[in-house]
Write a protein that binds this ligand. Sequence first.
Ligand code: OVV
Length: 397
Amino acid sequence: MQEQLGTAPHTDVDPFSAEYILNPYSHHDALRQAPVVRIEKYDVLAVGRFEQVQQVLADYNTFISGAGVGLSNLKAEKPWRTPSLLLETDPPNHTKNRAIISRALSPASLRSLRERFEAKADDLVTKCIALGEFDAIPNLAEMFPMRAFADAVGVPQEGRHHLVAYGNMVFNTMGPRNEMFEDAMRNAEEVITWITNACRRETLTKDGLGAQIYTAADDGTITEAEAGLIVRSFLSAGIDTTTNAIASALVCFADHPEQWDKVREKPDLVRAAFEEVLRFESPFQTFFRTTSRPVEIAGMPIPANQKILLSIGAANRDPARWERPDEFDITRRTTGHVGFGAGIHGCVGQMIARLEVEVLFKALAKHVRAIELCGVPKRQVHNTLRGIEKLPLRLHS
Ligand code: OVV
């Protein structure tokens, strides 16, 4: 389509419709038809080309997060929770908070977690093999982060299923007030009560990542309440994302047994394979920025205070950036994918996410010859995440 100079072409694509969510890839060309498009239904702009997504992510002063990274403008509409001190904040506050959580998630800090993760992965994989045909969502994709990550943070055992529900609330409410939004919020009060308690200093184990955040309250860098909110970010961002990354990886390997064979022969390929999963099936498909001033994107004037949707999924399959973008190929160069975002808000948990997936898939590579799909995976209709709801599998030892 020929775009008029200076105006973003309109599209009737709805990234929050069930039809889109079930197969986003067939709609991405419409989002990438120009550097910026206008999504009529929500009256927002969208970028889906790799180049512009990267440009928007890099310019954090113009494309801010402080008005929220969902469709709703947090400065104009009252949000259902206190905004995140990391995700929904801009410098200088973001910088200070990010340094605190960064330290807790640094490679040095994570080194001691590997062995614990390995024991859990081995145990879980052995149990899943013994199940025969099983649903890999609750039993594997959710179970592993729920054990490995939640233990690492130091949250109580009792009621951990609330973590999945909370992630669904956080990520579904980044979209419009549709059925997915309302469904996710149905049990909100109970879930929020559990999460709020789990983030308290007194509830957390003494030696976990959560407790480490509270050391910044001890030395007066942040308040007690701020420490609780930073711990909340672990619980918001750390379960559903990894769960769906694991689920997508399982489907990718079930669909491409020859690539699973490569991993089994050389388990050190797991880390590269995970980057390809993040490119190919980006768990966090869409989020927003808001313009802090009038700006141009590729010559198109954008007003101030304008919500802009970033299609991470479209950028990670942009044919202008990737050869054979729709092919899952664990041997390709994935450097530069935006599956973890980029820039100052780039996923602060990416090291622990990579560690979890590496350890889990190395355990699978050790024990599992073939990952067999025993039925069609049931996609989760979700405003933001590339989710799978039901995944019937059999792991052949
Ligand atoms: C990256 C991310 C996703 C969802 C929630 C948060 C962060 C948070 O900080 O609350």
